[in-house]
Design a protein around this ligand. Structure first.
Ligand code: OGA
Ligand code: NI
Length: 390
């Protein structure tokens, strides 16, 4: 064996002997420790416990008490029941042409994103059966045997691919979720080896879905500007033609302790806007409004669109990037697809000048590549947007 890895292999052997891990895990871990994918620097900051953290799906199927590391210790707590949030439903077809309903719909949009930060978009141009397909390819993937899914595993030090929470610190609370995280745009940055070939239609379906979302992003950014009586390109100009897009399928297995564990910790998205295709049957998403957590209802073939930090910055705080989190349940699995739309990395974004006034002074600095701030802050429970507040 590689001398650098030897101590770690010995540790694993010991753990296996004391039944802390079973033999399949042991074999998987040993293969994980192959020199090509093993990053020694990362190792130094990780404890054994972290390396041993398994796909949540496996933890869930093993039964028993979940590992300590998943227990959420935030002061907001996880109460047994929550009020339902009334999320406005916005008809996107009104923005596409000169519809007589456009003004009314723009008002609805503005009110929604300046209060709860999100809305349910209907008449988005995609058929119900197509959206079902988008969900199905994800569900089929997560239902594959572990070995098959692991062909698309993310590297220990990378976010892209199939895997669980990336571990950046020893004190991080882990999310009860497995993910398939893929860069979609710019297209030349796709890592196709991480895009499942099983189910066969996966790549085409995800591609087609995101082509649609690209068009909708432009439509929504323009509508946001119009809703504030601004020139319609003022947000889009900061977004750019070569914007980036990341797709993340989130799979939440049933959780033995929904009272103690979250599917995703409280966060706001680092995107400009995010499209969330929710599970068609199982709720879980919560949004913070007036310091209280609310459940977000399911609208089966609507897209839930939320403002991300970058539109909050561009709008000088007029539009809110809502804090949200995901709760778990002990009975049913849940799967969602979040698509994060980000401005071109080298465009500098900042509050639109017209929105900086005496009553509303500039709230944020100009910044480039905001997303790079994101992960480190998130895993430390900090809001990245606070680092650019004036
Ligand atoms: C996210 C997210 C919510 C959900 O992926 O950033 O907030 O319901 N997902 O899966
Ligand atoms: Ni989110």
């Amino acid at each position: 064996a590689n001398p650098v890895l030897l101590p770690h292999l010995l540790y694993l052997k010991k753990a296996a002997k004391f039944n802390e891990i079973n033999s399949t895990d042991y074999t998987n871990l040993v293969s994980l420790l192959n020199p090509a994918s093993f990053n020694h620097n990362l190792w130094k900051t990780e404890t054994m416990d972290e390396l041993l953290s398994k796909r949540v799906q496996e933890l869930a199927s093993n039964g028993g008490e979940p590992p300590e590391r998943y227990i959420y210790r935030g002061s907001d707590g996880i109460a047994p029941s929550f009020p339902l949030l009334e999320v406005p439903v916005v008809d996107l077809s009104c923005f596409a042409s000169s519809s007589p309903l456009a003004d009314q719909e723009l008002d609805k949009l503005r009110l929604a994103i300046s209060s709860c930060g999100c809305f349910q978009a209907i008449n988005h141009g995609m058929s119900n059966s197509f959206l079902d397909q988008v969900r199905d390819v994800g569900k089929t993937f997560f239902a594959l045997p572990t070995e098959e899914k692991q062909k698309y595993s993310r590297a220990v030090d990378d976010t892209e691919g199939y895997g669980n929470d990336i571990v950046l610190s020893e004190h991080q609370t882990l999310d009860w979720t497995d993910r398939l995280y893929l860069t979609v745009n710019p297209e030349d940055q796709r890592k196709l080896k991480l895009w499942p070939k099983n189910p066969e239609s996966f790549r085409d379906v995800l591609h087609e879905y995101t082509v649609n979302l690209k068009i909708l992003t432009i439509l929504v950014l323009k509508a946001m500007a119009k809703s504030l009586n601004l020139e319609e390109n003022c947000f889009f100009d900061q977004y750019g033609e070569e914007a980036s897009m990341i797709a993340r399928y989130n799979f939440y297995p049933p959780c033995p302790r929904p009272d103690l564990i979250l599917g995703i910790k409280p966060h706001a998205d680092g995107s400009a806007i995010t499209f969330l295709l929710q599970d068609e049957e199982v709720e879980g998403l919560q949004v913070l409004k007036d310091d209280q957590w609310f459940n977000v209802p399911l609208v089966p073939h609507a897209l839930l669109i939320n403002v991300g930090d970058q539109v909050e910055i561009m709008s000088n705080g007029m539009f809110k990037s809502p804090m949200h989190r995901v709760v778990t349940n002990s009975e049913r699995e849940r799967m969602t697809l979040a698509v994060f739309c980000m401005p071109e990395a080298d465009i500098e974004i900042g509050p639109v000048e017209e929105l900086v006034t005496e009553e509303r002074p500039r709230m944020y600095k100009k910044i480039k590549n905001f997303v790079s701030l994101f992960f480190q802050n998130y895993q430390h429970g900090k809001r990245p947007i606070d680092t650019v507040k004036l």
